[in-house]
Design a protein around this ligand. Structure first.
Ligand SMILES: Cc1cc2nc3c(=O)[nH]c(=O)nc-3n(C[C@H](O)[C@H](O)[C@H](O)COP(=O)(O)OP(=O)(O)OC[C@H]3O[C@@H](n4cnc5c(N)ncnc54)[C@H](O)[C@@H]3O)c2cc1C
Length: 413
């Protein structure tokens, strides 16, 4: 291994690899990405639902989501690969009605003001576009599980160009692109220390005992980011908590026919989407209560879904997809993401240690944002602009910012 690099990135997840590519295409720097995993996808990214939606409360986040998703929608151009593995699945993101008829039109108009296509669907339009989805505006009864007579009459918001991406294929594509640009990417390489002196980053120490000198270090270590702050001796003022997130996968029966969007069902507290060429459905939670299980040892994650979680989410899913009369091959699993308990927004950019950059605490939003976040970091580190740069400036998410004022501190922030 080279004994020095201009820039070291800890973590070959979606943030670290997008950042490597974004820097490499604009600067002749030596870049090394280090990952302790045996291969791509062992962190948050490998477990990600990779939903690409635009509707965020803060305009800065809408722009970052828009610009990040744009890279996924033009993935061949972004990666420079003729035949990338990952695909953007543009089924739309549907926010099913919560019974309030006021907000969908206002939100559609707000999204359009950012150049994002959005429609409002009434129940007839919903049935035509997504016949499997119930328009019901009543919440399922989770206490007793008793069915109710469903009732429509609401309005539903459709983010027309939303969808989801293939997260692990995206990592493989980025590795191919980065290596072609000369980036050195090492798996099975754990960073165990940082050298900081006179307030500046000097290098990292590896588990092998080897030292790699660098003047710039990016903490893209996902749920392990607090270890890197410890190695650097920097007291991070942000409460970044690795958090266990459960997901349930089922086979999709033929009765659930037609196109299925990514659906966010705020009434039932779930989201779901297809996967595996539409043959399966995954469902998970948008409730704050399901983002509370802090994990102190991210290497030892309990990789299953709890029975009560599975039961409740399947009950909610069946209410929104009445064709799911019976379910087979139910499989639960868990992943980790890092919740910034202060304001559920990430911290991105420089720290008080010269040359030490961070991109942490994505709180369930990091996949869609990654290309835009990488653009911010690459601009900060190199001072050079490039294609696919975000129009947003990074100050909004800076390490030294005040907490962002936000009403809903959940994944739907
Ligand atoms: C279940 C689930 C669903 C999600 N759904 C969505 C969604 O729908 N939309 C969305 O936008 N986001 C979603 N997210 C969030 C998103 O996936 C994450 O924000 C994103 O993947 C974070 O990427 P990352 O590169 O920061 O972290 P990671 O992918 O975790 O990568 C960090 C890497 O750092 C490596 N590492 C850590 N410590 C060290 C060390 N000391 N030395 C060397 N290597 C180290 C790890 O091995 C890991 O590979 C979801 C996440 C989960 C878990």
């Amino acid at each position: 291994m080279a004994r020095s690099a201009d820039i070291v990135i800890i973590g070959a997840g979606i943030i670290g690899l997008c950042t490597a590519v974004q820097i490499a295409r604009r600067a002749k720097a030596s870049i090394t990405v280090l990952d302790k995993g045996a291969g791509p996808g062992e962190g948050s990214t490998g477990a990600s639902s990779a939903v690409c939606r635009y509707k965020y409360t803060r305009p800065e986040m809408v722009r970052l989501a828009r610009d990040g998703i744009n890279a996924y929608q033009h993935w061949a151009a972004f990666t420079g690969l003729d035949a990338p593995l990952a695909r953007f699945h543009r089924h739309g993101v549907l926010w099913s009605s919560d019974g309030n008829r006021d907000w969908p039109a206002a939100e559609a108009e707000r999204l359009r003001s950012f150049g994002i296509a959005a429609d409002v669907l009434d129940d007839d339009a919903l049935a035509e576009r997504f016949p499997a989805i119930s328009p019901c505006v009543l919440a399922p009864d989770f206490e007793t599980g008793a069915p109710h007579k469903c009732s429509g009459g609401g309005l539903h918001l459709l983010e027309v160009d939303g969808g989801y991406f293939d997260p692990v294929d995206a990592l493989h594509d980025l590795i191919t692109t980065a290596r072609a640009l000369g980036v050195d990417i090492r798996f099975r390489t754990r960073v165990t220390g940082c050298d900081v002196s006179a307030g500046a980053m000097r290098g990292v120490t590896l588990a092998s005992g080897e030292r790699l000198a660098c003047a710039n270090l990016v903490n893209a270590a996902g749920p392990w980011c607090n270890d890197v702050f410890d190695y650097a001796g920097l007291a991070c003022p942000w409460p970044l908590s690795p958090t266990r997130i459960q997901i349930v996968h089922i086979d999709r029966p033929e009765a659930v026919a037609g196109d299925l969007p990514v659906c966010v069902d705020p009434l039932a507290g779930i989201y779901f989407r297809t996967q595996n060429r539409g043959q399966q459905i995954l469902v998970s939670s948008v409730r704050k209560e399901d983002e509370c299980e802090r994990v102190t040892a991210p290497d030892d994650l309990a990789n299953y879904a709890n029975d009560d979680f599975t039961r409740e989410k399947l009950h909610a899913l069946q209410h929104r997809l009445p064709g799911l009369a019976s379910m087979c091959n139910v499989r639960g699993c868990s992943g980790l993401y890092t919740v910034n308990e202060s304001d559920v927004h990430p911290i991105v950019g420089e720290t008080p240690i010269k040359g030490f950059y961070v991109a942490n605490g994505f709180s369930g939003h990091g996949f869609k944002l990654a290309p835009a976040i990488a653009s911010l970091l690459a601009q900060m580190i190199t001072g050079v602009k490039a294609d696919f740069d975000t129009s947003e400036d990074g100050g909004f998410l800076s390490f030294s910012r005040a907490p962002i004022d936000i009403a809903s501190k959940s994944v739907l922030a």
